[in-house]
Write a new protein. Structure first.
Length: 484
């Protein structure tokens, strides 16, 4: 049975009617929720993993067997509670052995199989992701999912971590309490997952509200988003007042959609990081940040569709890493440019190209970008039209099941888009938009079904055309207009 969140359709229609389909200067914030090991990590008999609902003091589903292997090296800022470091193997005469082998390894090499000289630090038995500049596998390049000290996988820290659901490999350990926090959507126990399970063939869009466990306010920039398979989108907002905790049918989508909450960003892939594809924060982004108030509530808007023949679990992890307030010199903001909902009423058998634009009123730097659309959209493209009429392609996406987020900075190397080959890609480098420029985006929708489409959170019977972007400076998209 498919649900349609009618409240959202009405809200966005109202926003469009008022001519504010691009939200105001909406701060992009992040959330917390530290996790701990269950009793089995302390030497008690191993048992089925349990999981928190995300409340303060709750635990993440990670178990560490007794007698975990001793570490071989220390991360640059090991977290309290993680295994104590030991000295690397020594060569003749007690001198340290060479730390860098001649051959590079694949990031997918199991961490348990690494040779000693490739172990940046021992992962097995960790209770938190240590962060820092040392990779778990020093013989392989950084990889956001597989070789990332800010997002250590539960399956690598605990060989006994296993559930009956797909996607165990996306669970990540939280930051140490003094360095960051984790906010999670998930059941208290995998043996009794309740409403977090979605049956085969079902589709649903809902909100899950939970307070972050951080006891004091912090600033942040770096964040990691993870979700199990089946999630079509994850959008997070930070309400100005507490809402009812747990699952709800409606909620505050944020000021981008006419609400009052701030945006925290989101994901349409199982793995998204900020910064994306690189360990180091680009120099031009090192002053960016936002404040996370103590015990800020997070409102997760999650859209899931289960196209498999077995139940799936609706579970999400978000790591938030603190930065010093004195280092924050500029805010992060987001906008959502929403194509007219009325344009999504597309009759059966009809194909349309819907192009929208917004005029840039003041100089701004775009930080990242992604599109949002459903199964009948065959292409989502975005480009700039400079004041002098130059056209610059900045984003292309062709697969509704795997919509990328691209970042615009001096370190991210985005793939070049290919319209003929229908290959995703984006502009690479810092991306400034100037007063007089226009941001354009287009959806190519082919309704090859037997029924009319509408603006709805339904993968196969509804469509959307929304451009999301993070920026610093003035909002470059205050109002969306039809361009064709």
């Amino acid at each position: 049975m498919f649900e349609v969140d009618q409240w959202k359709r009405i809200a966005v229609l109202a926003v469009w009617t008022l001519g504010t389909a691009c939200g105001g200067d909406d701060n992009q914030a992040a959330g917390d929720g530290q996790t701990q090991l269950p009793p089995s990590a302390a030497g008690a008999p191993a048992s089925a993993p349990t999981a928190p609902v995300g409340m303060s003091g709750a635990t993440t589903p990670v178990t560490s067997p007794p007698g975990s292997a001793a570490p071989t090296a220390t991360p640059s800022n090991p977290a309290p509670g993680n295994p104590a470091p030991t000295t690397p193997s020594s060569g003749a005469g007690g001198t340290p052995a060479p730390a860098t082998p001649t051959a590079m390894l694949d990031p997918a090499t199991p961490l348990k199989d690494l040779p000693a000289q490739c172990r940046g630090f021992e992962v097995r038995g960790l209770k938190s992701s240590p962060g820092g500049s040392t990779l778990p596998n020093t013989c392989a390049p950084f990889d956001g999912k597989l070789n990332n000290p800010y997002a250590i996988r539960c399956v690598d820290a605990d060989p006994n971590y296993h559930t009956q659901f797909a996607g165990d490999e996306f669970c990540i350990l939280p930051p140490p309490e003094e360095l960051g926090t984790q906010v999670r959507v998930g059941p208290e126990s995998y043996d009794n997952p309740g409403m977090f399970v979605l049956a085969a063939g079902d589709e649903t869009t809902a909100f899950f509200n939970v307070d972050a466990p951080n006891a004091t306010a912090h600033y942040y920039y770096r964040a990691n988003w993870r979700m199990r398979p089946g999630g079509h989108h994850l959008l997070i907002s930070l309400p100005p007042r507490d809402l009812t905790d747990g699952w709800t049918a409606g909620g505050d989508m944020g000021s981008e959609f006419g609400g009052s909450a701030k945006s925290f960003g989101g994901s349409q892939r199982p793995v998204v990081d900020r910064p994306q594809g690189t360990l180091d924060i680009p120099a031009e982004n090192q002053g960016l940040g936002q404040q996370l108030p103590a015990h800020q509530q997070f409102s997760f808007n999650v859209h899931h569709i289960n196209v498999s023949d077995v139940p799936i679990l609706r579970e999400v992890w978000v790591n938030v890493w603190y930065t010093d307030e004195k280092d924050v010199t500029a805010p992060m903001n987001t906008f959502a440019a929403t194509g007219n909902p009325g344009d999504m009423a597309i009759p059966a058998g009809r194909a349309v190209k819907l192009e929208y634009k917004c005029a840039v009123a003041a100089d701004t730097r775009l930080i990242s970008m992604y599109g949002h659309y459903h199964a009948h959209n065959e292409r989502f493209g975005a480009w700039l039209v400079r004041a002098g009429s130059e056209r610059v392609s900045i984003y292309e996406s062709f697969n509704w099941e795997d919509i990328p987020v691209y970042q615009f900075d001096t370190q991210s190397k985005n793939p070049a888009p290919d319209l003929l080959g229908k290959t995703d890609g984006a502009f690479s480098g810092t991306l400034m938009v100037k007063a007089g420029d226009e941001i354009h985006f287009q959806c190519e929708i082919n309704n090859d079904s037997n029924a009319a489409l509408s603006f709805a959170n339904e993968t196969f019977t509804g469509e959307m055309c929304i451009l999301f972007a993070a920026y610093t400076g003035s909002n470059p998209c205050m109002r969306v207009q039809r361009a064709n």
